[in-house]
Design a binder for this molecule. Structure first.
Ligand SMILES: [Zn+2]
Ligand SMILES: [Zn+2]
Length: 384
């Protein structure tokens, strides 16, 4: 049985939050848990507005140390581990540590934040730092009372392989690579295990042999379907035909990037991803072109230069990257506060302008490109 996977955008704004877009936070539902990517200010409020339970968060990945991506971390940890809060589903995971991953100095910053505010958590946590070659190493000294030592993960052949503990046993992996922004920033590649293939085409063969199989003592001949999926071994039917296990279905791969103007370094660890989430901070839209006569209209080159100067991307840059890594679906996020995320006609038109700019670069694949809105959820379907 394939586990459902979906993604909810709790915040989709950049730099300044606005009335219609909160700071960055992305909740990826994996195997029944929530893995949170970035945790901007007021992420816990966004959880309360969503259908997601913050107590289900088991892992938090921080892409970079800009405040719009991490200022909400301390408060969220306090709320989500508060065992007295009935909204938390922590009963069965109360003693399982929450794993947090991110660049230096996230471990000492979080420790100081929690210590300085006399914050106690209802659950242990540990912070794993993804270290670039010249980064200082935190040696896990003078831990917060709820803190466990975290791992220091070094770059090997240009990427990080993250410790996944219980999820690793189920075959889930997460890798990361440093991408180009105005400060060190990370992109993450989340991969689920391959799933058993579909067995529908084997049903007629079993039906043909049903009587003979029952005579052999198999009360429910259809149980053979589950058996060959589990064992992945062929089974010879009474009439001599072979039930061959179908090939495994490749697990989904999701790429979630931090702020970036160039994410090329992540290419070696991607494999035709199911979904890419890429920032798209600035664009040339009707807000720039529908101006009073005589007012200057910026060129695309000017917008792109300005965007890159701040370490960010335009929709065209995001789409070009999506094409390069051959992803199936692209979701744009991290929009400037100029681009409102509400249902007003002008807001929708501006967001459609942005989506179209990406579509033009991404082979006119209109049905594969989305602009995220706060609290919007998207189901990540299997490719086959
Ligand atoms: Zn940002
Ligand atoms: Zn940033």
């Amino acid at each position: 049985m394939v586990a459902p996977m979906d993604i909810t955008f709790l915040g989709t704004g950049s730099a300044q939050p606005s009335a219609t877009r909160n700071h960055q936070a992305i909740a990826l539902r994996v195997d029944g848990d929530i893995w949170l990517f970035d945790c901007g200010e007021a992420t816990q409020h966004q959880f309360q507005k969503s259908k997601l339970k913050m107590g289900k968060v088991t892992r938090i990945f921080i892409t970079h140390m800009h405040g719009d991506h991490c200022f909400g971390l301390g408060p969220l940890l306090c709320s989500m581990t508060d065992n007295l809060n009935p909204a938390n589903a922590t009963t069965d995971t109360a003693k399982t540590p929450i794993d947090i991953y991110g660049p230096t100095p996230i471990r000492s910053w979080l420790r100081n934040t929690l210590k300085s505010t006399y914050s106690n958590l209802g659950q242990p946590y540990r912070v794993h730092e993804l270290l670039l070659p010249d980064d200082p190493i935190d040696t896990n000294q003078e831990l917060h009372q709820d803190e466990l030592p975290g791992e220091n993960i070094t770059l090997i052949d240009g990427s990080f392989t993250l410790p996944m503990f219980e999820s690793a046993k189920k075959g889930y992996t997460v890798q990361a690579a440093p991408i180009v922004h105005s400060i060190p920033s990370l992109g993450f590649v989340i991969r689920e295990p391959d799933w058993p293939g579909k067995v529908n085409q084997l049903i007629p063969l079993i039906k043909k042999n049903a009587i003979a199989l029952k005579e052999l003592g198999l009360a429910n001949p259809m149980s053979l379907l589950g058996k060959i999926q589990r064992t992945n071994e062929p089974y010879t039917l009474p009439d001599g035909q072979l039930l061959t296990p179908p090939p495994l279905r490749p697990g989904r791969e999701v790429v979630i990037l931090g702020d970036t103007k160039d994410a090329s370094a992540i290419i070696p660890i991607t494999r035709d991803p199911t979904l890419l989430v890429h920032e798209s901070t600035n664009a040339l839209t009707r807000l720039d072109t529908n101006v009073k006569e005589g007012s200057a209209v910026p060129t695309l080159e000017e917008i792109e230069t300005r965007t890159k100067d701040h370490g960010h991307s335009t929709p065209q840059m995001a789409a070009a990257f999506a094409k390069k890594i051959n992803c199936k679906k692209l979701i744009l996020t991290h929009f400037s506060a100029r681009y409102r995320g509400d249902e007003e006609e002008e807001s929708l038109q501006v967001m459609e302008d942005i989506r179209k700019l990406a579509i033009d670069v991404f082979d006119q694949r209109s049905e594969d490109i989305y602009c995220a809105r706060d609290l919007w959820s998207y189901e990540i379907k299997m490719d086959h």
